[in-house]
Write a protein that binds this ligand. Structure first.
Ligand SMILES: Cc1ncc(COP(=O)(O)O)c(C=O)c1O
Length: 393
């Protein structure tokens, strides 16, 4: 079967970034890439901070943070007064886990598509409280209906105190039917935390349409914000119970200020984050989303062909707009996290191409992304050179 046409490139987009032109950056998913204009916006804020630190921190910073949060939350379709800026999704998850009041015998349910560090956080909070972590296996080729059914069957009403589910999974690049999952959990009286680390900027689904108790997403991946910018949205009934990880001067101000103010930190990444959304809007939000998803799909097909993977065996992301795509690696390769990391480094060094290599359920996977700075020839070059590198073992 022939490979579909790649999307039209977005002219000049690569020049908006500081990326090394000698390297193909096909892994926007892990740490994003900050446009030069956004880096400059942050630097201007840092210059302002350094010109008079006392004035910067004590005169209006809390209000500037609130203003920024409202701007970002509105873009994401979240309640501007029911959301808090935090450093990253990992922090947001920890805030939620320690705020839901887990008791001995309670259970936190998650799926085997969950992010590794989030699983570690769940495990630690369970050890600390006497709760139990249970991980539900969901097959990679499960349909949306099957995912919802599996989660419905996995809930233990009265015992499951929290369900943690991804909006778009990291290791498997699968869009979960989050709104339907939330609905089924709520029918069973179970609150839901949605890990939406990859959603902001990439997906058009609004936070409020998902209806989760807690939703956490990074703006520093697909929203072009400086690193250290994430939003935690909390449903009204939980807001009074949310406790920050670190108590500081805004503690008595309640949610969200008590979560946002974490003492003396560099808050310029948050204040510069609207410049990331400005970049996205200038390029055209819908155009960027369509381009990135189509390019990732193209890359998956071209590299899949080169590795001899039939199109029917290429994992489907389960919905539109997904700019992360997965490919199975030959059997026996990257079956552990260490082996996956070693292979990822080898591909980076030998092929000057940054990709994500994942180990999921004992099998190795390659994860490719599409971004405005990528072009079709980068995936084509990888397709030509990767088979020989993998054959070397
Ligand atoms: C699904 C998922 N959850 C959580 C995270 C953690 O994000 P951060 O490192 O910004 O906290 C990631 C990062 O890639 C992710 O993909």
């Amino acid at each position: 079967m022939s490979v579909p046409q790649p999307p039209e490139p977005i002219p000049g987009a690569r020049l908006l970034f500081s990326l090394d032109p000698a390297v193909s950056h096909l892994n926007h998913g892990s740490f994003g890439a900050v446009p030069i204009g956004v880096q400059r916006a942050q630097q201007r804020l840092r210059d302002e901070m350094e010109s008079n630190p006392l004035r910067f921190f004590t005169q209006g910073l809390v209000d500037r943070i609130a203003h920024t949060r409202r701007h970002l939350a509105t873009f994401l379709g979240a309640d501007p007064d029911g959301s808090a800026l935090v450093g990253n999704t990992t922090t947001a998850v920890a805030v939620v886990l320690q705020s839901v009041g887990l008791q001995p015998g309670d259970e936190v349910l998650s799926t085997d598509h969950g992010y590794g560090a989030v699983s570690l956080s769940i495990q630690r909070e369970c050890r600390r409280t006497g709760a139990v972590s249970r991980v539900l296996p969901i097959p990679l080729d499960a349909t949306d209906e099957q995912i919802v059914q599996a989660i419905r069957a996995g809930l233990r009403p009265g015992r499951t105190r929290l369900l943690v589910v991804d909006q778009l999974t990291s290791a498997t690049a699968r869009l979960f039917p989050t709104a339907a999952v939330v609905a089924v959990a709520h029918e069973n009286g179970v609150p839901v935390l949605v890990d939406a680390a990859h959603a902001p900027g990439m997906l058009s689904t609004t936070v409020s349409s998902i209806g989760a108790d807690f939703w956490a997403g990074n703006l520093h991946k697909w929203g072009y914000a400086p690193r250290g910018t994430a939003l935690l949205a909390v449903a009204p009934q939980w807001r009074d119970r949310i406790e920050p990880l670190v108590v500081s001067w805004e503690q008595d101000a309640g949610f969200p200020a008590r979560v946002e103010w974490q003492a003396t930190l560099d808050y310029t990444s948050w204040l510069a984050a609207p410049a990331g959304l400005f970049t996205l809007r200038s390029l055209g939000v819908d155009r960027v989303r369509a381009h990135n998803a189509a390019l990732a799909a193209y890359g998956q097909r071209v590299v899949g062909d080169a590795l001899g993977v039939p199109p029917a065996q290429l994992p489907d992301p389960g919905g539109p707009g997904v700019a992360l795509r997965l490919l199975p690696l030959p059997a026996g390769m990257a079956t552990t996290i260490d082996a996956a990391r070693a292979l990822q480094t080898r591909i980076g060094e030998r092929l000057a191409t940054e990709v994500a290599v994942m180990s999921w359920n004992g099998r190795g996977w390659l994860r490719l992304t599409g971004q405005v700075y990528n072009t079709a020839d980068e995936y084509e070059r990888l397709a030509v050179r990767l088979p020989a590198l993998l054959a070397q073992r």
